[in-house]
Design a protein around this ligand. Structure first.
Ligand SMILES: Nc1nc2c(ncn2[C@@H]2O[C@H](COP(=O)(O)OP(=O)(O)OP(=O)(O)O)[C@@H](O)[C@H]2O)c(=O)[nH]1
Ligand SMILES: [Mg+2]
Length: 446
C-alpha cells in the first residue's frame, strides 16, 4: 500500500545523501543494464552493474515525478526493446515495488503492444504513463493531474467555445455587472445546453455570490463563476466500504457507452491489482455478449455469461456466486439499454437489483448511470427516469470529447445530488478519467 508515501520517503528524505552532480551521461550509452539481456536478477543482493548505478543516479536526481522518471527510462529509446523493459523493471525496483508486480505489469504491457501492433514509443508512451500512474498509485500526483487537465481542456474545446468565448465577449462588452448583464448571461447559459432550470438556479446563486463579494465590474466575475461551479461539482459524501466482491451495475439507455466504460473501469481496476469479473447482463443480443468477452480478455478480467436471451437477473446471481467463490474484488455487471420483450426496462433492472442483493447483501453496491454528453438535455430526463425507477448511486458522463453540449454536466450536478465520478474523453482506455470538479471548472472557463 501507499507507494506514493514510500516514494516521498525515498526521494524527499533529508537524511539521504544528496546526489552528486551529474557525472557523465545517463545509462543510455551502455547497450544493456546487465551483462545478459535477461531481466534484472530476482536476488536483491545481486551486484549492481555500472549501467544500473547510472540509471539509479539519474532517477534519483530527476524531479520526483512520474513523467520525469519515465523520460529517463525512455531516454534514447524509440522502440520497444528488451533494454526498455529492463529499465522499466528497474524503475519498479527503485520504487520498492515487488518484483512479481513489475514482471506482471511488463508482461501485460507487452501483450497489449502485440495486440495493438504498437512498436514505436510515441505510439504507446501515453498509455504506459497512464498504467504506471495506476499501478504505482500516482494518479493524484501533480503531473498526472496536469496531464488530465490538458486532456480535459482538449476534450472540452467545443463546449468551452460555447460557454467561455461567449462569456468573454459579454464580459468585455459590458464592463459592469448590471441587470442587462444578467439577462445576457442567462441567454449564454441556456444556449450552452445547461437548460432553463439549471441556468436560473445557477444565476440566482451567482447573484448572491456577486452581492456578497462586492464585485461590481465584470472583470472579477469569471473567478466567482469558477468558484460557484466548483461548489456545484463537489461530490456528496458517501460510505465507500463494501463487503467484497464489490458489485457494480452499469445502467443507461442504449449506445451511451456502458459496455466500453465497463472495459475502461475494469482496466483501471486491473492496473490497481484487483481481481475483476465482468458479467454479461445484457442478453439482448449475442453480439453484445461477444463484445464484452473480447473486452474482458483485452483488459485481463474474467468473464461470466449465459446464453443470448437468458434472464439477466440469473446472470447477476450466478456471476456473484462465482465472484464470492473465486475471491474477486470487483464484479461489473453490464445491462441492456433496451429490451427484446415488452417488459419494462426498469422492472428488469429492479429484478436484477433484488436478486443480486439476495445473493450478496448490499449488492449492487454501486449503480452507475452512464450518460452520453452529446445528447444534451436528454440526459436530464434519463437521469430522472433511472433514478426514480431503480435508483442511481453515481453518474459517468461519456463522449465529452467533441461535443459542444458539455454544459449539461452543470444541470446534472445541480438537479440531482449525485456524484459524477468519471468522464469519458475519447475511445481509448486511458480516456476515462476521474472527474475533478475544480479542474473541470477551470478547464471550462480558461
Ligand atoms: N468519443 C467517445 N466515444 C465513446 C466514449 N465512450 C464510449 N464511446 C463510444 O460509444 C460507442 C457505444 O459504446 P458502447 O459501450 O457499446 O455503448 P452501450 O451503452 O454499451 O450500448 P448498448 O449495449 O447498445 O446499449 C462505442 O463506439 C464507444 O467507443 C467517449 O467517452 N468518447
Ligand atoms: Mg453495451
Amino acid at each position: 500500500m501507499g507507494f506514493f508515501s514510500k516514494i516521498k520517503k525515498m526521494w524527499g528524505n533529508a537524511d539521504a545523501p544528496q546526489a552528486a552532480p551529474a557525472a557523465g551521461t545517463p545509462a543510455d550509452e551502455s547497450p544493456t543494464l546487465t551483462e545478459t539481456a535477461a531481466p534484472p536478477s530476482p536476488a536483491p543482493e545481486a551486484p549492481v552493474t555500472e549501467a544500473q548505478a547510472a540509471l539509479a543516479l539519474a532517477l534519483r536526481q530527476a524531479e520526483p515525478r512520474l513523467s520525469a522518471w519515465l523520460a529517463i527510462i525512455l531516454e534514447g529509446q524509440d522502440k520497444a526493446s528488451p533494454l526498455l523493459w529492463e529499465r522499466l523493471g528497474f524503475l519498479f525496483k527503485s520504487l520498492e515495488a515487488p518484483e512479481s508486480e513489475a514482471a506482471e505489469f511488463i508482461a501485460r504491457f507487452q501483450k497489449w503492444l502485440t495486440d495493438m501492433d504498437y512498436v514505436r514509443v510515441e505510439d504507446f508512451r501515453s498509455e504506459l504513463q497512464y498504467r504506471l500512474a495506476l499501478a504505482l498509485e500516482l494518479e493524484d500526483e501533480e503531473d498526472e493531474r496536469d496531464r488530465l487537465f490538458i486532456k480535459l481542456s482538449e476534450g472540452l474545446t467545443k463546449t468551452r467555445e460555447q460557454i467561455a468565448r461567449r462569456l468573454d465577449t459579454l464580459l468585455t462588452s459590458r464592463g459592469k455587472i448590471d441587470e442587462e448583464f444578467w439577462d445576457e448571461l442567462e441567454e449564454v447559459l441556456i444556449t450552452s445546453d445547461m437548460g432553463f432550470e439549471a441556468a436560473s438556479l445557477l444565476l440566482a446563486r451567482l447573484r448572491d455570490r456577486v452581492r456578497r463579494s462586492g464585485v461590481t465590474a465584470t472583470e472579477g466575475f469569471k473567478d466567482l463563476l469558477r468558484l460557484e461551479l466548483e461548489g456545484i461539482f463537489k461530490p456528496p459524501k458517501r460510505i465507500q466500504a463494501v463487503n467484497p466482491p464489490e458489485v457494480v451495475m452499469m445502467i443507461g439507455v442504449n449506445g451511451v457507452g456502458k459496455t466500453t466504460t465497463i472495459a475502461k473501469l475494469a482496466h483501471r481496476a486491473r492496473m490497481q491489482g484487483k481481481k475483476v469479473l465482468i458479467a454479461a447482463g445484457d442478453t439482448f443480443r449475442a453480439a453484445a455478449i461477444e463484445q464484452l468477452e473480447i473486452w474482458a480478455r483485452r483488459v485481463g478480467a474474467d468473464f461470466f455469461a449465459k446464453t443470448e436471451g437468458a434472464d439477466p437477473a440469473a446472470v447477476a446471481f450466478e456471476a456473484i456466486e462465482k465472484g464470492l467463490a473465486g475471491g474477486y474484488d470487483l464484479i461489473f455487471l453490464d445491462t441492456a439499454g433496451r429490451l427484446h420483450t415488452k417488459k419494462n426496462l426498469m422492472e428488469e433492472l429492479e429484478k436484477i437489483r433484488r436478486v443480486a442483493g439476495k445473493k450478496h447483501p448490499g449488492a449492487p453496491h454501486r449503480s452507475i448511470l452512464v450518460l452520453d454528453a452529446t445528447t444534451g438535455q436528454n440526459a436530464m430526463s434519463q437521469t430522472k427516469l433511472f433514478n426514480e425507477g431503480v435508483g442511481v448511486d453515481e453518474i459517468i458522463l461519456t463522449k465529452l470529447d467533441g461535443t459542444a453540449k458539455g454544459g449539461i454536466i452543470v444541470s446534472i450536478a445541480l438537479a440531482h445530488n449525485l456524484p459524477i465520478t468519471f468522464v469519458g474523453l475519447g475511445e481509448k482506455m486511458e480516456d476515462l478519467r476521474p472527474f475533478m470538479g475544480e479542474d473541470f471548472a477551470r478547464a471550462l472557463l480558461s
